[in-house]
Design a protein around this ligand. Structure first.
Ligand SMILES: [Zn+2]
Length: 394
């Protein structure tokens, strides 16, 4: 397949030739090589997106999302790979559950996955046996939805993961403190986990960083050479609590937190955008469930906020949504427009504004505070390994 008449992140004309699912040539005046030709009509060509933080709710909560609808939502948002969280029912503490989820995603075929395991077995807060026996296919573990409260348990988890070279993803929340001060709860657990990262040399990935203090602690540790990466979510970049009190963990923060996160992005201190796509039924949401769907709005939200409003180069946002997450997750030959890399591609319209209409989501859930928002940056096509996984019909 040849894609003609596209533009790169800098706005220059570009063509890409795909052969056997791989980028075979990039440039101008390429020959079609006997395959199909797609005229991109001036759309912007980017490497497809990789999400470090996704909830597809399988097993156990398929009424919120399942692997088919989660995959479709991801593809519609330009994603070809999602890193799935383990707060399912049962909790994903075993390689068997992870293998079943991965196999089902492969069968659906729209989006590749890595299924994380929980840090403590069944989120019991202390048992680590399953980490000692986990197979090499497990690249990352997390207690997402909770922090690990006990310092000794977390220290031992860092030691095991250092030895096995597995990433610890941290949902930083001290749950004794969060009921009365969620800012302190995030900050204190961030600092503890950074200390353990430096002490053991384990790769630590801080999920959904949301406070000024947390991102500054991460910056300082990075300057000192810690084996530390971090992600921020689209919603923590878009909203502050003067305009939105939508329930999400960590909560929507202050305006100065938003500015600190954007400043950290400009300084190159943030590795990835993670959506924290967290589908809930209307009933669960009404009962106070935390979180929002995010796969289908992430690019529009980030492009509008960071690039159009804050002047961030699109190439930098592209890094945060593709190459950066690939590096965090240890994915080889994915996340870049480069020869020999997987032909994971997005064609996006940057010029036409669109209004978020949850009734059109591919996700099973509709919980979003972005309803009615006008965004720029819409995914028109997604390709995974050269195969079209999404085409916008609007
Ligand atoms: Zn979380």
């Amino acid at each position: 397949m040849l894609i003609k008449n596209a533009r790169d992140a800098e706005g220059r004309k570009i063509e890409v030739l795909v052969r056997d699912g791989v980028i075979a040539a990039l440039g101008l005046d390429l020959e079609a090589d006997g395959g199909d030709t797609l005229d991109a009509g001036g759309l912007t060509l980017l490497p497809a997106f990789i999400d470090t933080h996704t909830h597809w709710r399988t097993p156990g909560f398929e009424y919120k999302e399942d692997i088919a609808t989660g995959s479709a939502a991801a593809a519609a948002g330009g994603y070809v790979f999602c890193n799935l969280m383990p707060n399912t029912k049962p909790v994903c503490s075993s390689a068997q559950i992870a293998a079943a989820v991965t196999e089902e995603a492969r069968r659906v075929g729209l989006c590749d996955v890595h299924q994380t395991l929980s840090i403590t077995r069944d989120f019991d807060g202390h048992t680590l046996d399953h980490l000692k026996t986990m197979p090499e296919s497990v690249r990352a573990v997390t207690e997402d939805g909770h922090g690990v409260q006990n310092n000794e348990v977390m220290a031992k988890a860092f030691a095991i993961c250092a030895e096995k070279d597995v990433v610890i993803m941290s949902h930083a929340e001290d749950s004794d403190i969060s009921p009365w001060d969620y800012r302190l709860a995030e900050n204190i657990e961030t600092v503890r986990n950074i200390h353990l990262c430096q002490y053991y040399g384990t790769h630590l990935h801080m999920a959904h960083v949301s406070t000024k203090e947390a991102i500054e602690a991460i910056q300082e540790a990075k300057w000192k050479g810690a084996r530390l990466t971090c992600e921020v979510t689209p919603h923590h970049l878009w909203f502050d609590d003067s305009v939105c009190q939508y329930r999400v963990n960590p909560p929507i923060r202050k305006d100065y937190d938003v500015e600190a996160l954007i400043e950290a992005i400009k300084l190159g201190m943030v590795d990835a955008i993670g959506t924290d796509h967290a589908p809930h039924s209307a009933e669960d949401k009404a009962k106070g469930a935390a979180g929002m769907v995010g796969s289908e709005t992430a690019f529009g939200v980030c492009y509008t906020k960071l690039c159009r409003e804050k002047g961030l180069p699109l190439s930098t946002l592209s890094e945060l949504m593709s190459a950066g997450p690939a590096k965090v997750l240890g994915l080889e030959n994915r996340g870049r427009l480069a020869l020999g890399y997987a032909a994971d591609l997005v064609l996006a319209d940057l010029e036409t504004p669109w209004v978020v209409d949850p009734s059109r989501f591919h996700s099973k859930s509709r919980n979003t505070p972005f309803e009615g928002a006008t965004l720029y940056g819409r995914v028109k096509y997604t390709f995974k390994g050269g195969r079209m996984t999404y085409k916008d019909e609007i």
